[in-house]
Design a protein around this ligand. Structure first.
Ligand code: NAP
Length: 279
């Protein structure tokens, strides 16, 4: 399957569907199955992998490094720096650690995982150093609310923020009110994380009913709702080949107006600004 790409704010194309890795690299007995799930994803045409230095304390990055051996050129890697490491020097050191874990010499997209106490200007300066050194191809942020994004945009280089990775799924629609439109106005795609609400939403009657109607599964309906939107990149995590395949098939589901109205009734959009949620 060929998965379409969309441009990051900086123009770099990024696949609109990828694979998450949170929870991978934590237990030795699952190592082989996790590497195999990622390789299976690549074999099916998935090119985007989302990871972070936080996941498994580097363990998830090492799983990714093992899984991409021999096919680095075909994979788009996203990783993230922890806020405690996000000083000008600390960010560069963290990136170099991640590059070693990932067994590569460049990270395609490098994100600030969430806002900490380091001023944005220092982290952005480090990201720009890494861009110039060819160690990353683009940078962005995660878990930043509207006021944070406005502050970020005002620092030197802040306008090169390529994306904001955010908690977004049918049960977490707060960003629909203001943050998502703000990002869209700037041509900045949003990466929707925990698109399945980590599995908690999958027994919802509205999803079960629509899944029944489409001959699909609740997970596929939840992902199709995100995939139908402009400027959204979706990164479900799946550690079994069956889940990888099931989720990927969501790309073939198209929801009609009646389906969307039913989902809006079951999962109402926000009517006023909401504080940003994160997991
Ligand atoms: P998620 O993708 O919403 O859900 C993953 C969970 O759902 C796993 O337990 C998985 O089980 C299960 N699952 C997957 N496909 C399924 C299916 N078809 N049917 C039933 N269950 C299914 O949650 P997530 O891992 O939190 O989010 C996805 C990715 O986003 C993460 O892995 C991470 O890369 C990223 N993320 C980023 C942040 C951030 O702060 N930037 C925060 C959270 C997540 P199996 O593992 O057994 O397949």
């Amino acid at each position: 399957m060929t998965i379409a790409s969309l441009p990051l704010r900086t123009g770099l194309p990024i696949p609109r569907y990828g694979q998450g890795t949170w929870g991978m690299g934590e237990r030795a007995e699952r190592h082989g199955a996790e590497v195999a799930a990622l390789r299976h994803a690549f074999d099916l045409g998935i090119r985007l992998i989302d990871t972070a230095e936080m996941y498994g304390d580097g363990g998830a990055e090492r799983i990714v490094g093992e899984a991409i051996a021999g096919r680095r050129d075909k994979v788009f890697i996203v990783s993230k720096v922890l806020p405690d490491n996000a000083s000008r020097r600390g960010t560069v050191a963290a990136c170099e650690r991640s590059l070693r874990n990932l067994r590569t010499d460049v990270i395609d997209l490098y994100l600030l995982h969430w806002r900490g106490s380091t001023p944005f200007a220092d982290t952005v300066a480090a990201f720009e150093d890494l861009l110039r050194a060819g160690k990353i191809r683009a940078w962005g942020v995660s878990n930043l609310d509207l006021a944070d994004m406005q502050e970020l945009e005002a620092v030197p280089g802040g306008e090169r923020c390529a994306t904001n990775q955010l908690l977004y799924n049918l049960t977490r629609r707060g960003i629909d009110f203001d943050l998502l439109p703000w990002c869209r106005e700037r041509g900045m795609p949003v990466m929707a994380y925990s698109p399945l609400e980590q599995g908690r939403m999958l027994g919802h009657p509205a999803l079960l009913s629509l899944a029944h109607g489409h001959g699909a599964t609740p997970a596929q309906i939840a992902l199709a709702w995100l995939l139908r939107q402009d400027g959204i990149i979706v990164i479900p995590k799946a550690a079994t080949p069956a889940h990888v395949e099931e989720n990927l098939a969501a790309l073939d589901i198209s929801l009609g107006d009646d389906d969307l109205a039913a989902l809006d009734r079951a999962f109402p959009p926000p009517q006023e600004p909401q504080p940003l949620e994160m997991l």
